[in-house]
Design a protein around this ligand. Structure first.
Ligand SMILES: [Zn+2]
Length: 288
């Protein structure tokens, strides 16, 4: 299923994604979304407001017609409420964090000022389209959309925790947010395979960009290297390696057919241990 993309489908996706990016860009001057990347906004943190009791909350805004199907899927599944409940129970949060589905069209991102995770419905639709082009169908597609969306929500929650607890970030914050989402999948949900859909989505973004270059005849510019995130393909391999490293027997499936070298595979367990130990070290003092 992984990366078996049909070129024709990809080209259609590329054009649709390019149109979506242009639309989103026109709607926001605050951030510049690019190829569906996950964006975080750096702005001063607000003190805890009156009535703020340190909970993770979920809010669903009405979905436009084009996104109604995926919106119904996300609401029906309720993974966001479950994640919100778990994190509220486990962590002593300093301020509320509200996950807003149907939020700012430039999302997904964590807005430090508002304490919100802005998650536009259109991004869930794009996720569904790209995973469909990647070979997911029917119930598998629905589950993959939910898993990928959950991973991204948890990536944004990683940004929220870094902000709330003033956690040290020794390296790219975006990498730390990815490792938090992988950490949550393995340790909190005990289901590391859930990251497969998210990594397939990153691979699809990378393929879409490549196909768009072929359509437009343009060559990749240097934005890939100046972006605050690692490249989509790098994230694809790094997250897969991390989860595999958590339990190389149980999660062999996560790296199957990726073509990772033996040297890289042999480093995954160490990378996981490092990530897991680090998250425990910084979060354990905040456990409820
Ligand atoms: Zn991010």
């Amino acid at each position: 299923m992984r990366r078996r993309l049909v070129l024709v489908l990809l080209l259609v996706c590329a054009l649709a994604a390019a149109a979506a990016v242009m639309l989103v860009s026109s709607l926001s001057t605050q951030v510049r979304p690019e190829r569906g990347r996950l964006i975080s906004i750096t702005s001063p943190t607000q003190p805890r407001a009156a009535g703020d009791d340190g909970r993770v909350r979920v809010r669903y805004e009405a979905a436009p017609e084009a996104d109604r199907e995926v919106a119904a899927l996300v609401r029906r599944d309720g993974f966001a409420e479950a994640a919100a409940k778990t994190l509220t129970r486990e962590l002593a949060l300093k301020r509320d964090v509200t996950i807003v589905f149907g939020g700012n069209p430039a999302g997904p991102f964590f807005d430090r000022t508002a304490g919100t995770i802005e998650y536009p419905w259109a991004f869930v639709t794009t996720t569904s389209e790209l995973l469909d082009a990647n070979g997911y169908r029917g119930a598998d597609l629905e589950q993959a959309v939910l898993d990928a969306t959950q991973f991204i929500v948890e990536h944004e929650l990683g940004h929220a925790l870094i902000d709330q607890y003033d956690l040290p970030v020794l390296g790219r914050e975006e990498d730390a947010a990815d490792s938090f989402a992988a950490f949550v999948a393995v340790e909190l949900h005990d289901d590391g395979e859930k990251v497969i859909a998210a990594t397939d989505l990153f691979a699809a973004f990378a393929d879409t960009a490549k196909a768009a270059e072929q359509v437009t005849g343009t060559v990749a510019d240097e934005s890939e290297f100046s972006d605050p995130h690692a490249s989509d393909l790098s994230r694809f391999y790094t997250i897969s390696c991390l989860v595999y490293g958590a339990d190389t027997a149980r999660y062999a499936n996560v790296v199957a057919n990726l073509g990772l070298s033996k040297t890289r595979l042999s480093s995954c367990a160490t990378q996981w241990r490092q990530a897991s130990d680090s998250w425990h070290q910084v979060l354990d003092p905040h456990l409820d």
